[in-house]
Design a binder for this molecule. Structure first.
Ligand code: ADP
Ligand code: MG
Length: 249
């Protein structure tokens, strides 16, 4: 496994460069010959059928699965330091009867203090500041099991933004979110990447959002089948072959 940093290139903007990536799990080759480039403040959408290896790709970038090939990061001002990566995993499910509040969730993730002791005043202030980034201050005392899909994603996003990352990775943030919630979430991601100058890499099955929000779309099915602007990929032959002839996802 090679994971390293490089300066220069990419017009000196921070980026993620993946070259010849392959991932094997047991005897199965999940990904092979994957090349991909994410430039600073770009939103890159990874699409592909179920089982294509999208989540595995994100885990490889996060360093959670072994791989061959190159995953290289560079970010101006942070040379020789691993970039901070914020990660929003595929939505966990919480029971509506679960007594855990949003504040408790932050307490568990951000401090060593047991949730049942509640938040200290200063910690509560920090959590409110985090939630402010996703316009979610009003969610602090809600129980996580009662949040809508969109609200839960905003809370998970707020967690991933503390500390502020250089690259934000989200695995299917739109699944379980209604159409109105999708626009709210995508507008928020757009605002966040502009405000904090970070790059976003996300997987999605919702192609209607791509033209408006994605700078680059990568179609993957164990390897990269098409890569380019949303328009280029959505009208490409591999896209038609992957989704239309199969009759959907
Ligand atoms: P996607 O996110 O595109 O739906 P995944 O990356 O989750 O695809 O999975 C790609 C393939 O790798 C699937 O066939 C899946 O069964 C397999 N896979 C993923 N993780 C593991 C694992 N830990 N052990 C064995 N097989 C796995
Ligand atoms: Mg997945």
């Amino acid at each position: 496994m090679k994971l390293f940093f490089h300066g220069g290139g990419c017009g000196d903007s921070c980026c993620l460069r993946v070259q010849d990536l392959s991932v094997k799990i047991g005897n199965d080759t999940i990904l092979h010959d994957v090349d991909l480039h994410v430039h600073c403040s770009q939103l890159v959408a990874l699409i592909g059928p179920n089982g294509a290896g999208k989540s595995t790709f994100l885990k490889a970038v996060l360093g959670h699965v072994d791989h061959d090939g190159v995953i290289a990061f560079s970010s101006p001002g942070q040379r020789d330091r691993r970039p901070r990566i914020g990660y929003v995993p595929q939505s966990p499910t919480f029971d509506p009867g679960d007594p855990v509040s949003v504040a408790d969730l932050f307490a568990c993730c951000m401090s060593r203090r047991p949730a049942f002791l509640g938040l200290s005043k200063s910690m509560r202030k920090t959590v409110l500041e985090c939630l402010e980034r996703v316009h979610g201050e009003d969610l602090i005392d809600k129980r996580v099991g009662t949040l809508s899909g969109g609200e839960l994603q905003r809370v998970l996003l707020a967690l991933a933004l503390e500390p502020l990352p250089n690259i934000l990775i989200l695995d299917e943030p739109l699944s379980g979110v209604d159409v109105e919630g999708m626009s709210v979430l995508m507008d928020m991601l757009d605002e966040i990447r502009k405000t904090y100058d970070l790059s976003i890499l996300m997987t999605t099955h919702d192609f209607s959002m791509l033209e408006r929000y994605a700078d680059q779309v990568v179609l993957i099915d164990h390897t990269v089948l098409a890569q380019g602007t949303p328009q280029e990929v959505l009208t490409s032959e591999p896209f038609a072959r992957t989704f239309h002839r199969k009759g959907g996802m």
